[in-house]
Write a protein that binds this ligand. Sequence first.
Ligand code: ADP
Length: 253
Amino acid sequence: MTAEKPVRRIVAIGSGKGGVGKSTLSANIAIALAQRGVKVGLVDADIYGPSQPLLMRAADVRATATDKKLNPVPTPYGVPMLSMGQMVDQGRAIAWRGPMVGGALGQLIDADWGDTELLILDLPPGTGDVQLSMISKHKPVGAVIVSTPQDLALIDATRAIDLFAQASVPLIGLVENMAGYICPHCGERSDPFGHGGAETAAASLGVPFLGRIPLDIAIRTASDAGTPPVAIGGPGSAAFRMIGDRIAAWLNR
Ligand code: ADP
């Protein structure tokens, strides 16, 4: 009997540069969608700084292979995942050349994902050749771009928009991360990275705005502890869930 190949869709999460919360968003979106009953898997393509094994509490698990196909690693959050961090020893620098990177990333995506219907793809930061060849080859159905609110990050986000346009990948929308800091001591709100920049940019670029995640130290501590906010009903989880719902609505449109 030959099993019919399931139609599996890929949604790419990208950013113009590192450190804007792309991995945090990818993990929380994946968990939010799994909580809604979507059969979702997570691919950490951030080859030079894979952080998903830590976020998803699967850092000590090595990926195995059957018949030359990788087996995704289970996580406590109902989201199977694969990351380069599960292929190499933790802390070991990965010094690979371009073609090898492409081959390795392809194996993560073409793994034995079983009945997984949606793959969230946490792209490497930036808008270079690795990103372009990856999305051209694996054709995500849509892309989400994460940016912080300040101008420089938004210039990078605009480059990311161009990258997806070059590969004819439709843009699902833009997410603003690290918006509005509420002081844990006095409750006053401040905006270290500005406010509303991503929404304004989205409007002027004619790109949907998917939502805003607050800058909250508890988001970082929960993430570092391997308990993403959405998994524990922590800070920001309402925002992450709403963004997840908007992505799901886009997919079901
Ligand atoms: P990227 O994948 O874009 O490099 P990460 O998701 O790894 O970024 O986030 C970079 C750092 O910022 C991590 O330590 C993460 O926990 C933290 N972080 C991300 N989003 C937030 C937020 N909204 N509030 C507080 N810390 C955040």
